[in-house]
Design a protein around this ligand. Structure first.
Ligand code: ZN
Length: 316
C-alpha cells in the first residue's frame, strides 16, 4: 500500500483554507477524503466522516439563506487558472439529476506548478470570477459557495491533486494511504488554516422552531424565527452530522415564561453522515401563549455531550 506518495520533507506546498468562513460558526466540514481503497469509507482519523471514493473535502454552509447571503470561495494558493465552468443552476440533486458530465457544477481548476492542482466545485451560478489563463493569488476571491452539479446542500467540494493523484490535505499523503498512517501533522494546510481545522466528526448543522414538519430536502429547511400562530403545532427540528447509533438526543422547547412546554428524549437508531430529526406537539386547548419560545437540542454519547444547539422563535 502506498503510504505517502509525496515526501513530507518540506518540498510540499501549503494551502490556505479556501472559503471565507469560520469552521464551527458559519461553515462546517461535512466530508473528508476517503482513505479506504475498497468499498468502505474511512477518513484520515479512521472515522466515517466521508463517503466511498470521496476525493476532496466538503465545506458546507448551514442554510440556504447563508448561500444566498454569499460566502466567498478563495484560491488556496497562488497559481494559474486552467479551466472554468459557469452557468449551471443551483438546484439540489433531490429535485433534479445533475448532467453526468457536469457533476462538479460550476467551478474551476488552478495549476500551482510542479504537478499540483486544486479544484473548486459546486459554485453558485454566475459567481465564477476568474477565467482560464488568469493568475490568481492565495486568498483571492474566485467565486461563491453554491449548489450546482451533484449537490444536496450548499457546499464547496475542494480537491487537491499531485500529478493527477488525489491528496488529502490533512495528511499530505495520497488518498489511498491507510488512515492509521496519519500523524498529528497539519498536513498541507497553512498554519492559519490548520488552526481552525480540528477534527470535528459530530455537529449540529442547523436547527429551528417550526409550525409544521419541515421539508425532507435540506434545501427546504431554512430556519425562520417567525412561527405560524398560537393554534399551530410547535416543532423543534435539527440537521446534524455524525450522529451514531446509540446516541441519545434530547429535544426541549421552553415557553415565554421559560417553563418547558415540550421535551422528548430518544435513542438515535440510524445516525450517519447526515441526520435530520424533529420533535414537537400540537397546540394546547386555547392555543400557545404569545411570546418568545426557545428550543434546545442536545446529542449525548455515553456521558458526553457531543453536539448541542439553541434556537428561538416568536408566536404572535
Ligand atoms: Zn464532495
Amino acid at each position: 500500500m502506498a503510504l505517502f506518495a509525496v515526501s513530507a520533507s518540506g518540498d510540499q506546498p501549503a494551502f490556505a483554507f479556501p472559503v471565507d468562513c469560520r469552521i464551527g460558526e458559519s461553515c462546517l466540514i461535512q466530508k473528508l477524503v476517503d482513505h479506504d481503497p475498497g468499498p468502505g469509507r474511512s477518513d484520515y482519523r479512521c472515522g466515517t466522516l466521508t463517503t466511498d471514493g470521496h476525493d476532496g473535502i466538503d465545506i458546507r454552509l448551514r442554510t440556504m439563506a447563508d448561500m444566498r447571503a454569499g460566502y466567498a470561495v478563495l484560491a488556496a494558493r497562488d497559481g494559474l487558472v486552467l479551466r472554468t465552468r459557469d452557468g449551471e443552476s443551483d438546484i439540489s440533486v433531490t429535485e433534479r439529476t445533475a448532467p453526468a458530465d457536469k457533476q462538479a457544477g460550476n467551478g474551476l481548476v488552478i495549476d500551482h506548478g510542479n504537478g499540483w492542482e486544486t479544484q473548486y466545485s459546486h459554485l453558485q451560478r454566475g459567481s465564477v470570477a476568474v477565467r482560464p489563463g488568469q493568475r490568481v493569488a492565495a486568498g483571492e476571491r474566485i467565486g461563491l459557495i453554491g449548489l450546482s452539479g451533484n449537490s444536496e446542500f450548499p457546499h464547496l467540494h475542494f480537491a487537491i491533486r499531485h500529478r493527477g493523484q488525489p491528496i488529502d490535505p490533512f495528511t499530505g499523503g495520497a488518498a489511498d494511504a491507510s488512515c492509521a498512517a496519519a500523524g498529528a501533522s497539519s498536513g498541507l494546510w497553512t498554519p492559519a488554516a490548520a488552526l481552525q481545522l480540528g477534527y470535528r466528526p459530530t455537529a449540529v448543522i442547523a436547527a429551528g422552531l417550526a409550525s409544521a414538519v419541515p421539508a425532507k430536502a435540506v434545501t427546504g429547511r431554512d430556519p425562520s424565527p417567525r412561527l405560524a400562530g398560537r393554534d399551530a403545532p410547535l416543532i423543534l427540528w435539527v440537521d446534524a452530522m455524525g450522529a451514531k447509533s446509540g446516541d441519545r438526543q434530547t429535544f426541549a422547547i421552553a415557553g415565554p415564561d421559560r417553563g418547558i412546554v415540550h421535551s422528548q428524549e430518544s435513542v438515535v437508531a440510524g445516525g450517519g453522515l447526515s441526520w435530520f430529526a424533529y420533535s414537537g406537539k400540537r397546540a394546547p386547548p386555547g392555543g400557545w401563549p404569545a411570546g418568545q419560545y426557545s428550543g434546545r437540542y442536545i446529542l449525548r454519547r455515553g456521558p458526553d455531550i457531543v453536539a448541542e444547539f439553541d434556537v428561538e422563535g416568536v408566536i404572535e
